[in-house]
Design a protein around this ligand. Sequence first.
Ligand code: PEP
Length: 257
Amino acid sequence: MRKKIVAANWKMNLLQSDALSFLKTLRSHDLSKFPQLDVVIFPSSIFLEKMINEYVGKLGIGAQNFYFEERGAYTGEISLDQLKSINCSYVLIGHSERRTYFSESPELILNKLKAAVNKQFNSVLCIGESISVRNSANHLSFLEDQLNDSIGMLEENDIKSISIAYEPIWAIGTGLTASVEQVNEVHNFIRSFLVDRFPNLGNDVRILYGGSCNEQNAKELFSCLNVDGGLIGGASLDSDKFYQIIQAANEVSRIEY
Ligand code: PEP
């Protein structure tokens, strides 16, 4: 059975004091009582080290961005070895905001994915279609292209450390959550792609949903057969809401399919 994962993408939000008080609240809830869940936070990079050192216990802390080269003249960038040197173990790759605002190409995303695999990071790879692609009903072939360009270029063994987040762009930060039918259609499609391409391990890859997922809809979304948790933006900025989402994942992770 796949372990559920609840991940927070804080984007460019929160100050250090907010991040630390969030951690304090989470620590008071004692996440070790959810051994069947992985909980991960992707804060701004400047808080990574402090958060990793502050939080003693079961919480993954990951970087929202990094550069794939090992070292050198890449002003402003952070390498995976540097992240590893502060015990950071998760990375986010291919988020639509990075694809759109920072022009991250499929080639760059593939290089990041390969580098993260080589350096043994846990990666969350994001894919998702725009509203115009969705309205043209070409979303599945668009998503298939995104999968082919990224995880599809890897060897079967490489996928062990990768989770995929399906994040329809039209649902991110809009309050327009994808319906259960829409989520099922895409997540089942991603699962078939994975199993076709990687017959031995494709069933083990976790597929998260992201896009206006919150404490009210999480349980219903996480109950879908191929939804193995969520990547949460807005609702993850509030520790109480985020904890309710963790609880929702915990409730559905007891369901045996
Ligand atoms: C995201 O950007 O990863 C995300 C899921 O955002 P939101 O939950 O705010 O839609």
